[in-house]
Design a binder for this molecule. Sequence first.
Ligand code: 3EB
Length: 341
Amino acid sequence: ASLGARKSRSSVFDAPVYLSLLPAETLDGMTSTEQATVLGVVGFGDLPESAGDAPYPVLTLPMSHLDDQKLCEVWQSPWPVSHGENQGIRYACNGEVLFGVLYLRGNEREAVETGTYRAYRRILDLIHVAGYKHLVRMWNYLPRINDEYLGLENYQRFCLGRHQAFAEADYLFDRDLPAASAIGAGTDGLLIYFIAARVPGRQIENPRQVSAYRYPLRYGPRSPSFSRATLMEFGGVRQLYLSGTASIVGHETLHPEDAAGQLVETLINVQTVLDEASHARARLDELGPDCTLKIYLRHRKHFSLAKKTLAETLHPLSPVIFLQGDICRRDLLLEIEGVIR
Ligand code: 3EB
């Protein structure tokens, strides 16, 4: 099988994957030539119906946009991609990276940890067989993330299954963990999308925070298996994949009932991770269109505060997607993630 035959690069300055945030209508006007270089599309709420016929993997997340510009994520390749499907994972790859999406339907009789374990095993099998062995970034969307069943929250059960899959695959938790987000959405089942690469990135941790994989037991029987960011270096092009970042210092939530306080603390954490990656031009207010962020708010009522604060903190040309989503700890009101070039 030719899972992503290596093609010649269109430009030495291109990264093999780049993210554009575009209005969903843009997808309607795409020619088949343009579609051939799309690794995948992720929409929130509704995508145009035509997206269902697209050759590339599409994931529509049942989450509400909070602002009027309803942007979707278009993950592009500088050269045409190949497509495939394996154990329910739809994917596209281009010789350097693989982009995949997986929907694991909710099953009343299966515990969340078992479903998560199955999903992660499939993903780890695929990237191994396809030769894109290094996970860069994972996005996880769970139903009823804060609900508790027999003493364990769904998020804690998710962490159990994920941890088991990584442990069995002999992952080194201080070196091999991808950046990630885990968010509660109105799904029935587990929705995951991910990026894997032929070459490893550099795992970045946040010196203000205990690494998530070392969180103490009070947060759950198995710690969350993710890094604070992955720094990729493709040729001369650097990209920072920033994990979901929240108002946590050490391992504790700060400003539990104060959205403004959480926002400020979260932005300090984001800046700290940027500094840690010693990314060029790494000040949040100086990064322009190459800084694409996504913010999840637990409550709609905090949208205008978030919009205003981000406008004051970011460069005016940095696009932001505002979504309603549940955060994995009950006392967290918001979380910010991003891809920064
Ligand atoms: C935190 O720092 C906040 O379990 O994959 C953020 C990003 C969080 C990813 C995950 C969890 C995850 O612990 C929560």
